[in-house]
Ligand binder design. Structure first.
Ligand code: PLP
Length: 456
């Protein structure tokens, strides 16, 4: 076996990758022709690839590297924990200090009476936990017929069979027998694409009221929960109109169903508060967390659960858990990451300084002839690409072709942005500086110019 390193020629790394590595959410055959980009190292907000290019990471990895790359404190925390206790499980009445300390810290940070944490290895696993937990909750309360979970088309909750079913990605549902029974999807609050002649406020109310209509149609005694991301991330950073969430909260309260806020992207400073639910003014019974919990330095996720639900679940044996629930190394790293976010005032700085500056700069992109709207909350934003701003029209080419071109132009200009169909997304590390924000906007503008020339 050859020893591979960043000094191995890129073509050789790509050849091996294409021969043996099956990538997630990728047309793998295409990689054999083109070759994957090989990322070799990173620091702060910057990635380096095997050709020596330095790229500004406008996506914080996959929406997760909140404190930025290269934090030695996180490596040290992992090292210390590996020497002390690299693994022990939390099944069968055992625990360890990293898991209980992280659970305590999350209970302190989370709003209201969200005081209990069930750990998982990822956001997908955590949403599978939620699915089983809310159904078990209602069964234990003597209402076993309350099994249906309502979620949204174009929402994303993960890639396991359970979480992929909760999600509303039709392309995923087409493969592998999803959705599982008992999940009902309603429409998303995407005004730009689907709002027609309504004002954003009218549209926000109309889309929220689809929840009430669905509950009435399915039967109020059959619905267990509603799950949604405070701001849809993978669906294209869809920021709902201001009327949306207050109406959803009213409906959830009226029917007494559980509200699950999927905070996998929105939490840990991404929206300018510790949790997106605080930014959107909602009161969930359960929050799903992952990604920014460890800034992606270790795989870890979980569910933060309110007193009422935890009390009912704790009164029975919940036959559920993962080998890596509360993995000590992941917990130790997450704790250290939360310390950095807190003690360095990163969340506050996002809210008070960086996000307002980013918003000001990001919104100038609407001056570009190809940009219809630029929407941003905290450090997550998106622009809609369009050939006709007034009509909010999509491009005539296949949905996503122009977005794909634009993403490739961004890469060529050493900027990582993601596209979802013809929306371009940013979600940078929370430590991004004003100068780096300027660079991001300049490179985005240049990439838009080049895309426009190419798309004609
Ligand atoms: N929920 C949301 C809102 C996400 O954005 C994601 C991942 O992007 C997930 C769940 C799934 O998390 P993971 O990829 O860690 O399983």
């Amino acid at each position: 076996m050859s020893v591979l390193s960043p000094n191995t020629p890129t073509a050789e790394l790509q050849r091996i990758d294409a021969a043996h590595h099956m990538h997630p959410f990728t047309h793998n055959q295409g990689l054999a022709d083109k070759g994957a980009r090989v990322i070799t190292r990173a620091n702060g907000c910057w990635l380096t690839d095997s050709n020596g290019n330095r790229m500004l990471d406008g996506m914080a990895g996959l929406w997760c590297v909140n404190v930025g790359y290269g934090r030695t404190e996180l490596a040290d925390a992992a090292h210390r924990q590996m020497l002390e206790l690299p693994f022990y499980n939390t099944f069968f009445q055992t625990t360890h200090i990293p898991a209980l300390a992280l659970a305590q810290r999350l209970a302190e940070l989370a709003p209201g009476d969200l005081n209990h944490v069930f750990f998982a290895g990822s956001g997908s696993e955590a949403n599978d936990t939620n699915l089983r937990m809310v159904r078990t909750y209602w069964s234990e309360k003597g209402q076993p017929e309350r099994q249906i979970i309502i979620s949204r088309w174009n929402g994303y909750h993960g890639s396991t069979v359970g979480s992929g079913s909760l999600g509303g990605m039709k392309g995923m549902h087409e493969q592998g027998g999803m959705p599982i029974p008992g999940i009902h999807h309603i429409n998303q609050p995407n005004w730009w694409l689907e709002g027609g002649d309504m004002t954003p406020e009218e549209f926000g109310l109309a889309r929220a009221r689809e929840l009430e209509e669905a509950i009435e149609e399915l039967g109020p005694d059959k619905v267990a929960a509603f799950i949604a991301e405070p701001i849809q991330g993978a669906g294209g950073v869809i920021i709902p109109p201001e009327t949306y969430w207050p109406e959803i909260q009213r409906i959830v309260d009226k029917y007494g169903i559980l509200l699950i806020a999927d905070e996998v992207i929105c939490a840990f400073g991404r929206t300018g508060n510790w949790f997106g639910s605080q930014t959107m003014g909602i009161r969930p019974h359960i929050m799903t967390i992952a990604k920014g919990l460890s800034s992606g330095y270790q795989p870890i996720g979980g569910s933060i659960v309110c007193d009422e639900v935890a009390e009912v679940i704790d009164a029975t044996e919940f036959n559920h858990g993962y080998t890596y629930s509360g993995h000590p190394v992941a917990c130790a790293v997450a704790l250290e990451n939360l310390r950095i976010l807190d003690e360095e005032g990163i969340v506050t700085r996002v809210r008070e300084e960086t996000a307002p500056y980013l918003k000001e700069r990001f919104e100038t992109l609407t001056d570009h002839p190809m940009v219809g709207e630029a929407k941003i909350v905290g450090m997550m934003g998106s622009i809609a690409l369009t050939p006709d701003k007034a009509a909010r029209a999509p491009f005539a080419s296949d949905a996503g072709t122009v977005g794909y071109l634009c993403r490739e132009r961004c890469f060529n200009n050493n900027l990582v942005m993601r596209h979802v169909y013809d929306r371009m997304i940013i979600s940078p590390p929370l430590i991004i500086s004003r100068e780096e924000i300027d660079t991001l906007i300049e490179r985005a503008w240049q990439s838009l110019d080049e895309t426009m020339a190419e798309a004609k």
